[in-house]
Every structure is written in structure tokens, then in C-alpha cells.
Design a protein around this ligand. Sequence first.
Ligand code: ATP
Length: 225
Amino acid sequence: MATSIHADSFPASCWIRRSGCGSCLLLVARGRPILSRVKRGILGGTFDPPHIAHLIAGETAYRQLALDVVSFIPAGAPWQKFDSGVSSAEHRWEMTRLSVEPIPYFVADDSEIRRDGPTFTIDTVESFAGDELVLILGADAALGIRSWHRWRDLLEKVDLAVAPRPGVGRHEVEHAVPKTIEWLDMAPIDVSATDVRERARKGLSIRFYVRERVWQYVQEQHVYG
Ligand code: ATP
């Protein structure tokens, strides 16, 4: 079991500096370096657009599981949504980037967008070898996890944090997922990216469904027509 050392857990007088190389934290305590694995939440999605439920799930996981960082990773070519007219990777990346700024423990990660071919979460997880990983999912996504590419390997490499979602029962999810689940302590939020896109296409306001700068970006760039 990896130990994650938080700067907050040291009295100010105890640690001198904290630096990172992306996959490790270096804390120097009383002159002695302590190397600690990063405890990383991975929140992947199509993010077309990223909305408040994604952010609240990330925030809840960060607090509840004492994560060091939450990586928001827009899918490059989401293989389960190939036919559904997904917005360009450029728009989804930009909206993801704008969503997480300037929250210091949220990071937008473009690795799946830069990778050729279909996006598989297991590849992303393996790219973070060395980190302690928590996969953050909505209950609907958790329900289908056994259809994911190399799902057994995936479940071996991550802990699971699941956000409740209206219409999806906890027992149903626990029955479908052969692994212990940490339920995120947040209200079920009845917002989906599909709803947000439909509102935007109808000319209805999506303000507060998404971060302010995303709302502005969607209007300026006519992302949804
Ligand atoms: P779409 O409506 O286009 O299918 P979505 O709103 O489900 O999109 P995604 O980007 O596909 O958003 O989802 C990324 C992750 O966030 C998934 O694990 C999904 O289950 C989760 N998620 C999305 N919306 C919610 C929500 N309202 N509550 C909890 N989890 C959510």
C-alpha cells in the first residue's frame, strides 16, 4: 500500500520544500528527502463539454480520498461514442483546460488526445505507472466497466471512486463491478453533457452548468452552433 505524504501533514517548521517530477513528490523534511508516490485521481471523459458534475466529483474525490492531484483527461477518440458527432478534440481540450484553471490540484491532461487510435483507459493508467491511482467514474460508467478494454487489468491497477448519478442504483453498480467501490459523498446531480449540448443548440443558457470561461468559450467559438 503506497503512502502519500501531504505537505499539509507536516508542521510548517518541519518541511522545507516540496517539488515534483510529475510522478513523484519530493518532500525535504529536516534536511532528509522523502520520496512519496503521487496519489492521483483520474477523471476521464468525452468532456463535450465538461460540466459541474465532473468538477464536483473531482473535488469530492480530492477531499474524501486525500488525493494529491486530479487529472482531467479528455478522450481522444472515445470508442464507445464514435458515431455520435462528438465535438473536435481541440474544443474539448480547450474547454477542459478552462474548466480546471486555476485550481492547483486539478490538472488538464492532453495525453489521450495526443495518442493515435481509440482511447482506452488502461493505456492511460499504465502511463501513470508508479503513481497510486484512483479512477473516478460516474455510476453509469461504473455500471459498464466490464465492457472496457482489458477491464480486469484495469481493476487490478486502480482503486475506484464512484459518483452517484440519478437513475442508477447503488446495488446495481455494486453487483456489476467486481471490486470494492468508494462512493463519493456528493448529491446526485442531474446534469449530463448531452443535456448541456441540447440546451446550447436550442439557444438556452448553459451558464452555471459549466465554468464561466467555458460558457464564454462555447459562445465565442459557436461550439454547439
Ligand atoms: P454525455 O451526456 O455526452 O454522455 P456525460 O455527461 O456522461 O456525457 P462524460 O464526459 O461522458 O459526461 O463523462 C465523464 C465521466 O463523468 C463519466 O465517468 C461519467 O459517468 C461521469 N459523469 C458525467 N456526468 C455525471 C453526473 N451528472 N454525475 C456523476 N457522474 C457524472
